[in-house]
Design a protein around this ligand. Structure first.
Ligand code: RNT
Ligand code: ZN
Length: 418
């Protein structure tokens, strides 16, 4: 079927395909820089293990080892992905001058000047994350540590990151989400569950006492259920993170990562629950397999359901900040990045091609029979033709047209790195 026919089919069910594509073109989605180098960063020994309950597995050749390599790889991904992008940076991706180095508590905006230059040259916004993991000052706790020296170090890191986020937002003229996630927790049954949480709360209070313009810098609090090595107890649990955000609505927003809940819980259902209370929320879109495994995002049922909730709850009007968060080191990283980013775009486009008002009308009229029929029939609409047209309108390859480019990049750039 051609695009013209597909467009007519959608028009017949009351969907304006061009309007859907035009809406999606403007939605910023944050591309995580850490897929390119297996979350290693540049500020500490890149061969040290990843700590904090997150793990990458696999050793596919071609990992980016320097800022230049990472930037070149991101450029390749940008070429292959439609829509509006932001770059999501971690503090560990600071870029130092030759011979210079400072620890994380002393980071300054200037250490991200090269990233600002990169974003400006490409018209991109940025998001930011303090890096509370993979560092000798994790004892193993960070913001919740009973050791005052440790806790102070990480509070100062958080404050430095607020200043860097403010700088990024001012330079790039767009808001920056700054996500606070720590892997703080215990492998085995703790003797004190409350102490670390009270300290974590007080640490975040201190970080957020650093001045920032809340219209430009949106600190987020990300919860988690457990991590490898910290199976028994997570300081920043769902209740902790959500309560913190709810009690400090004038200073921060909650962030849900869909890998961070019990396997039968779904973030799609949590989006409208949170939007009933919070003006703004943030998401990490990932794919958990049995645990927070951070697999590449697929065009699967839950990703589609998340996108539907974002769209029909008005999330695209600035209420839902969307970022990707996964890291697969077992396949070509450019391909992993591209597949996941394109799938989030696909899910959003597919959600925008839904006659949401009509379906809601059926629900409100208790017409559940027709609602089921209409929802099921949507699944066989000619979505692929609209998607390919969307890619072309955005100046990027359609499905079936981009993988060869990745293979070529692998041959000419990635394999040369080995
Ligand atoms: C870890 C969290 C966190 C990280 C990134 C690298 O479980 O999801 O968001 O993945 O900050
Ligand atoms: Zn996350």
């Amino acid at each position: 079927m051609s695009f013209v026919e597909a467009k007519e089919k959608y028009a017949a069910i009351g969907v304006d395909v061009q309007a859907a594509m035009d809406t999606l073109k403007k939605v910023p989605i944050s591309l995580h820089c850490w897929q390119g180098d297996d979350v290693r960063g540049f500020d500490t020994d890149p061969n040290k293990p990843l700590t904090g309950g997150i793990q990458t597995t696999g050793n596919y050749p071609g990992r980016a080892r320097t800022p230049e390599e990472l930037m070149a790889d991101i450029d390749e991904v940008l070429k292959l992905c439609p829509g509006t992008k932001k770059i999501n940076l971690h503090a560990s991706y600071a870029i130092f001058e030759e011979g210079e180095w400072v620890d994380r508590d002393k980071l300054e905006p200037k250490h991200f000047a090269k990233w600002v230059e990169f974003c400006k040259a490409r018209g991109l916004g940025a998001d930011f994350n303090p890096t509370f993991f993979s560092h000798p000052m994790c004892d193993p706790l960070t913001l919740s540590s009973p050791n005052e020296e440790t806790r102070r170090f990480w509070i100062n890191h958080g404050k430095a990151c607020i200043r860097i986020s403010q700088y990024l937002a001012e330079e790039l003229g767009q808001p920056v989400t700054m996500n606070i996630w720590t892997g703080d927790g215990f492998k085995d049954v703790p003797a004190d569950r409350m102490g670390p949480r009270v300290r974590y709360k007080e640490s975040i209070d201190e970080i957020l006492s650093e001045p920032y313009d809340f219209k430009l810098v949106k600190p987020c609090i990300e919860s988690k259920v457990f991590g490898i090595g910290v199976e028994a107890y997570t300081v920043g649990s769902a209740e902790f993170a959500l309560s913190y955000a709810a009690m400090n609505k004038d200073k921060c927003i909650p962030l849900m990562d869909n890998g961070h809940y019990h396997p039968t819980e779904v973030v799609s259902d949590k989006i409208p629950a949170l939007l009933a209370f919070f003006p703004e929320i943030a998401l990490h879109v990932t794919r958990p397999i049995r645990w927070d495994s951070d697999h590449v995002v697929l065009f699967d049922d839950e990703t589609k359901e998340i996108a539907k909730e974002i769209v029909r709850c008005g999330g695209l009007e600035g209420r839902v900040n969307i970022a990707l968060d996964y890291f697969d080191a077992s396949i070509n990283r450019i391909s992993a990045w591209t597949v996941g980013f394109r799938n989030v775009q696909k899910a959003l486009l597919s959600a925008l091609l839904t006659p949401a008002k009509d379906l809601k009308g059926l629900q409100d009229a208790s017409n559940f029979t027709e609602l089921m029929v209409r929802q099921e029939e949507l699944k066989t609409m000619p979505f692929g033709d609209v998607w390919n047209e969307y890619c072309h309108q955005c100046g990027v390859p359609a499905d079936g047209e981009w993988f060869e480019e990745v293979l070529n990049y692998e041959k000419t750039v990635l394999e040369v790195r080995a």
